[in-house]
Unconditional design. Structure first.
Ligand SMILES: *Cc1c(COP(=O)(O)O)cnc(C)c1O
Length: 369
């Protein structure tokens, strides 16, 4: 049996007829840019999250960059970023001339460690980017308390956490802003690039929207230097189809995760990310850790089972950041070890129980369990 890491063809089948209808309407109306599909998505996603406002953008990286700009981040400002995330989280800060200060991640959850973050705050720190890594919310209470104590903003990188909950509330409205990606592999993904910011401060979200449309506040009045970062109508239509299925999809991911938890308990040196009373993960990834990661990955590949490493190096090892960050493996031991040990297994909603069984059996077989 071949088990893929993701199969977007199966997604397409589920939404094909509704999508054809929406796409035909866009083509008939020639409403390609900022049309009704984009407005519908923004309103529906804000309502889904329970936040005041949402602005569609071209991608998640722009959501971080324009979000940071709207928060007033200026060259030389220090921003605390977890050392274990996708590159864009740090890239956005550097692109705007800010100084990335890496904090380590928690050894149990691999999310930003609030105590380590607190230890890295200086008088030049302006904010923190928390990442809800793998769809599992970070410790929202601890980071909000730290931000309040030190007068910092919190930007949520929610690119992997569509629908995830912290103490019952969906993420995306805890920080001053949240940045979302709708890249095809995300829990809510389109068939190209897409992104958004959300928040409870309407003015702040509107500022991001304006930055994404050449700094316009009304047609041909440019009150700021912005850029072109608009969400495409054809992509918004995909998202409108998929948003209606998101809770069902996330529930199925949770069910698969539950099966994996059952199958892997006490197997070899496998470590799983804990579920907890405060967090409801949406399992963007199902991540295991083992010292034999590369061997396990090869063993699965031999049996036709795909897996992936997110991420093979901690951010302070990235060549582009050399000389820009003061960070060492010794100071960031958890992120450094995680990059050697993590392996992500197939967990997409359309995965069949037989496929989940095949993955479980192959992993257990590797450890002789
Ligand atoms: C995907 C992702 C991004 C970037 O989103 P794009 O839409 O690909 O630009 C940023 N941060 C994290 C954590 C991501 O997973």
């Amino acid at each position: 049996m071949n088990v893929p890491i993701l199969d977007l063809g199966r997604v397409r089948q589920r939404i094909a007829s509704q999508l054809d209808e929406r796409w035909r309407r866009i083509l008939d109306q020639s409403s390609f840019i900022l049309g009704p599909e984009v407005r519908e998505l923004e309103a529906a996603f804000a309502a889904y999250l329970g936040v005041a406002a949402c602005a569609g953008l071209a991608n998640g990286t722009d959501a971080l960059i324009l979000g940071l700009r709207a928060l007033g981040m200026a060259p030389g400002d220090e921003v605390i970023v977890p050392a274990f995330s996708f590159f864009a989280t740090a890239e956005a800060v550097v692109l705007l001339g800010g100084k990335v200060v890496f904090a380590d991640v928690d050894p149990e959850t691999l999310n930003l460690d609030p105590r380590d973050a607190a230890a890295r705050v200086t008088d030049r720190t302006v904010g923190i980017i928390g990442v809800h890594l793998y769809g599992r919310p970070f410790d929202v209470d601890a980071l909000l308390a730290l931000c309040e104590r030190r007068g910092l903003w919190l930007l949520e990188d929610a690119a992997q956490a569509h629908g995830a909950r912290w103490k019952g509330t969906r993420v995306g409205g805890f920080g001053q802003l949240a940045a979302w990606s709708f890249y095809p592999t995300k829990n809510l993904g389109c068939f190209g690039d897409g992104g958004a910011v959300t928040g409870n401060d309407r003015d702040l979200v509107e500022r991001v929207r304006s930055y994404g449309n050449h700094g316009q506040t009304s047609r041909y009045t440019h009150t700021a230097i912005g850029t072109n970062s608009r969400l495409d109508s054809l992509q918004a239509a995909v998202l409108n189809c998929r948003l209606a299925l998101l809770d069902e999809d996330n529930a199925r991911r949770g069910e698969i995760a539950c099966r994996y938890h059952g199958a892997f308990a006490g197997v070899g040196d496998l470590r799983l990310l804990p579920d907890g009373p405060d967090v409801k993960s949406v399992y963007h990834q199902f991540t295991v850790r083992t010292e034999r990661r590369d061997e396990l990955m090869a063993h699965l590949k031999d049996r036709g089972i795909a897996s992936a490493v997110h991420y093979p190096s901690p951010l302070h090892h990235q060549p582009a950041l050399a000389g820009l960050v003061d960070a060492s493996d010794g100071e960031l031991p958890v992120a450094t070890a995680a990059a050697r040990e993590v392996l992500c297994l197939p967990v997409f909603p359309e995965l069949t129980n037989e496929e989940v069984e095949a993955v479980s059996a192959a992993v257990r077989g590797f450890f002789g369990a």
